[in-house]
Design a protein around this ligand. Structure first.
Ligand code: HEM
Ligand SMILES: [Cu+2]
Length: 656
């Protein structure tokens, strides 16, 4: 008996590595600390009522934000471990297996559990406010999306201490990801973690498309909608076409592993190349899904901080929509070297280069908006300005990679690693950070400290170039991606050391940002105006932090940049005050079902990961029970009385 338990424990828990034991201890300590604090200050009820069951898009946005920052931390630690290993030749810090696991979790976490939730954080924090709406179209579904993401991310992350991490790369190519070469549960964690959070992503895509099409304030025609909301629409259209492909692909891979099917095997009629095509039919749109909202953010920020209308609004909209369509026709550029016909390669090379055109249009629009503007160099604008050269270089190296014959040289080299980090960090991370700085006061009611933030900004930026520019050269010198070590004779030592120093500079930048948030919670400048940046769009017309119903009175939109137009009209005395008529506000009620249902999904995923079908069955029964219970709930909404609206507004310093 005792022997059996010991046997089980030694395969169930990951053992034999000081890093893992350290993680075990810190996980246990953090759980004890959290339980202790919640109990001591009697906060369990508060946690349940205000957060775990909330359907308020702003709170859901804040939870996404916290989760994504934690994931940025974990993905960042992974990155630093790898850079330490590569700092010098012949280092024995990580062995080859451990290195494989770390680049896999780093890549997966950064894209699926950092970039995606940070993007959803911004969707939730901003879109309904920008549209003049009270919430998203389906608040219950929105909460469910969040909890599915959260539990999926947790399932993926525990593989570090239980069962073992996946190690077949961030896209889990077969045959490496098949049972034959990855027998443990790691690859199943990958499949189910992504599968569960992917359902949430798909639902978010649907939710925001409906919100944007149906919930805009009266008068806001699509042609007057702010560009960030347009970018969200573009991104969500890509989500609803791309994510089903991912779901199916991972389901087929799981059938191969779990049921001995032969979709992607080398024999039995299967074909691993089928997997590569499918996963990149999702994977390429995925990188545009995360970068297009950043374009929207930059457009808002450039206009606000240059005190000018955005240059070329219509061409911006067209560019984002064209990118959404073209993104579905470029996937094969990820495997030019796999041996298809010249005409297929030519098609994908040209379609890839075409993406550069709308992107270039956008860059010129931003530059023309800044031209002769009265630019103020606050944090959101700094990140925007830093983004432009970074993304232009990243885009140019992308076009180089698209030249198929040349790609036979660059393919899977450090040239590629430098390219995709340049667009992902310079585009996505800089973009989302800019957005977080910009909309922070609206959500939290105070600004983030400029001085600490600027330290963070410079460390990130200088660190970025120090880290990744040498990698282009390393690529030309023959260094391949996913190498865990190299010898002195290769001549790669100096540049790798420089690159590692750069990575640590970025790490210091991140520490400054965490410090900045902690510092500003106490000392940050309070935003009493609701309009700290002299903004242009509707979200700046309401007090900060935004009250839970957003708008006391639904705004009537007349112009593009309606809030700016209102302010101008007030300034030259042409503004006609229309008496605000308060009415009871219709709001959704909180619900615990999304949280509970996502936990049952976790059981499903965990059960399948270890091949414990009974546990998966219990999970499925729970999921259906939750659906059943929700179907017969009729008491799902309520009205906020006029008196309460008046009181809330008064407490925020507004008379209505
Ligand atoms: C913060 C600074 C970062 C550093 C220093 C860094 C460093 C690295 C390193 C050393 C590798 C492994 C290269 C190899 O051995 O092939 C890697 C791979 C990767 N990184 Fe990063 N990274 C950073 C940020 C990011 C971000 C923000 C993203 C995405 C949003 C990202 C996405 C990826 C992906 C997808 C891979 C490929 C993983 C694979 O080969 O399966 N990284 N990164
Ligand atoms: Cu691609």
């Amino acid at each position: 008996m005792w022997e059996n338990i010991k046997d089980f424990a030694s395969t169930f828990f990951v053992t034999g590595d000081p890093l893992i034991y350290g993680a075990d201890v810190s996980i246990v300590l953090s759980i004890i600390a959290i339980v202790f604090v919640l109990t001591k200050y009697k906060k369990w009820g508060w946690l349940w009522r205000e957060w775990l069951t909330t359907v308020d898009h702003k709170r859901i946005g804040i939870m996404y934000l916290i989760a994504s920052l934690l994931m940025l931390f974990r993905g960042g630690v992974d990155a630093l471990l790898m850079r330490l290993q590569l700092a010098f030749p012949n280092v024995e810090f990580l062995n080859s297996e451990h290195y494989n696991a770390i680049f896999t979790t780093h890549g997966t976490i950064m894209i699926l559990f950092m970039a995606m939730p940070m993007m959803f954080a911004l969707f939730n924090m901003v879109v309904p406010l920008q549209l003049g709406a009270r919430d998203v179209a389906y608040p219950f579904l929105n909460a469910l999306s969040f909890w599915l993401f959260m539990l999926g991310a947790m399932l993926f992350n525990i593989s570090f201490v239980i069962g073992g991490s996946p190690d077949a790369g961030w896209l889990s190519y077969p045959p490496l990801s098949q049972n034959e070469f990855s027998p443990g549960p790691g690859q199943n964690f990958y499949i189910w973690g992504i599968q569960i959070s992917g359902i949430g992503s798909l639902a978010t895509g649907i939710n925001f498309i409906v919100t944007i099409l149906k919930m805009r304030a009266p008068g806001m025609k699509l042609s007057k909608m702010p560009l960030f909301s347009w970018s969200v629409l573009s991104s969500c259209i890509m989500i609803i076409f791309a994510f089903p492909i991912l779901t199916v692909t991972l389901a087929l891979l799981f059938l191969d592993r779990f049921a001995g099917a032969h979709f992607f095997t080398m024999d039995g009629g299967g074909n691993p190349m089928m997997y590569l095509n499918l996963i990149w039919m999702w994977g390429h749109p995925e990188v545009y899904i995360v970068v297009v909202p950043a374009f929207g953010i930059f457009s808002e920020i450039v206009a606000t901080f240059s005190r000018k209308k955005i240059f070329g609004y219509k061409s911006m909209v067209w560019a984002m929509m064209i990118i959404a369509v073209v993104s579905f026709f470029t996937w094969a550029h990820h495997f030019f070297t796999m041996g298809t016909s010249a005409s297929v390669i030519a098609f994908f090379a040209i379609s890839t280069m075409i993406v550069g055109i709308p992107t270039g249009v956008k860059v010129f629009n931003w530059l023309f908006t800044m031209y002769r503007g009265r630019i103020s160099f606050k944090q959101p604008m700094l990140w925007t300005i830093a983004f432009i050269p970074c993304f232009v270089i990243g885009g140019a190296t992308g076009v180089m990679l698209a030249v198929a014959p040349a790609d036979y040289q660059y393919h899977n080299s450090y040239f590629l690693v430098a390219h995709f980090h340049q667009v992902l960090i310079g585009g996505v991370v800089f973009g989302y950070l800019a957005g977080i700085y910009y909309w922070w006061p609206k959500l939290f009611g105070f600004k983030l400290d400029e001085k600490l933030g600027k330290w963070g900004f410079w460390f990130w930026n200088i660190g970025f170039y120090v880290c990744f520019m040498p990698q282009y050269a390393l690529g030309f010198m023959g260094m391949t991606r996913r190498y865990y070590t190299y010898g002195w004779d290769r001549g790669w030592a100096d540049l790798n050391l420089v690159s590692t120093v750069g990575a640590f500079l970025m790490g210091i930048g991140f520490i400054f940002q965490v410090w900045q948030i902690a510092y500003s919670i106490k000392n940050g400048e309070r935003d009493t105006t609701g309009d700290p940046w002299n903004g242009r769009t509707l979200e700046w017309s309401i007090p900060s932090p935004a009250p839970f119903y957003n708008f006391a009175v639904v705004p009537q939109v007349k112009e593009m940049d309606d809030w700016w137009a209102t302010k101008e009209a007030k300034a030259n005395g042409t503004y006609k005050e229309e008496p605000a008529k308060l009415e009871p506000i219709h709001m959704p009620k909180n619900s615990g079902i999304p949280f509970i249902m996502a936990n049952f999904w976790f059981l499903v995923g965990f059960g399948f990961t270890f091949g414990w079908v009974w546990m998966a069955v219990i999970g499925f029964i729970g999921v259906f029970a939750c659906m059943w219970a929700r179907s017969f709930q009729y008491d799902t909404d309520y009205y906020v009385p006029v008196e309460e609206v008046r009181r809330t507004e008064a407490s925020l310093g507004r008379v209505v």
